[in-house]
Design a protein. Structure first.
Length: 153
């Protein structure tokens, strides 16, 4: 059985690293750990894991990510982090083009690591006023709309 390719954005962070540790022992998957610096110590530690390839890339240029992977990509795990020196749209500017490229490349599963907006009265219909959480919600809503329309086409 051929392994399914999984791209992990945020591979050297806590969430991405935990996912890679879990998937690296599953022969059904081959993980492509995306990092900005493939020669960093954190990236080098990932190279030692079975079923893991480290790819250097820029989430702001998703076409280059898909070009670095031989064959189809089955799934993408995406975690974004705010940058206090950039506008609140920073995370959206990373996640939305990656969502679009994933749809274009026929990715079956896209997992976006969002945030709990907190409290029983806060939902996708009554969002929070916290800018970081509101950004996560907008990405969730975009993902839902984009993938729904992709399935309908």
């Amino acid at each position: 059985m051929e392994s399914k390719s999984i791209v992990v954005v945020g591979a050297t962070g806590k969430q991405g690293g935990a996912l890679i540790r879990a998937l690296s022992s599953a022969p059904a998957f081959h993980v492509y750990a995306l990092t900005r610096n493939a020669s960093s110590a954190a990236a080098q530690r990932l190279r030692c894991k079975p079923n893991v390839s480290v790819i250097e890339g820029d989430v702001n240029k998703p076409s280059t990510i898909f070009a670095a992977i031989p064959g189809p990509v089955y799934g993408v795990f995406c975690v974004t982090s705010p940058d206090p020196f950039k506008p609140s749209s920073f995370e959206e500017n990373q996640a939305i083009p990656l969502i679009d490229a994933s749809i274009q490349h026929g990715v079956h599963h896209f997992i976006f690591s969002s945030a709990n907006r907190g409290g029983p009265g806060i939902s996708e219909h009554t969002p929070t006023q916290v800018p970081h959480f509101a950004t996560k919600l907008r990405i969730e809503q975009y993902l839902k709309t984009a993938t729904t329309s992709a399935r309908e086409n």
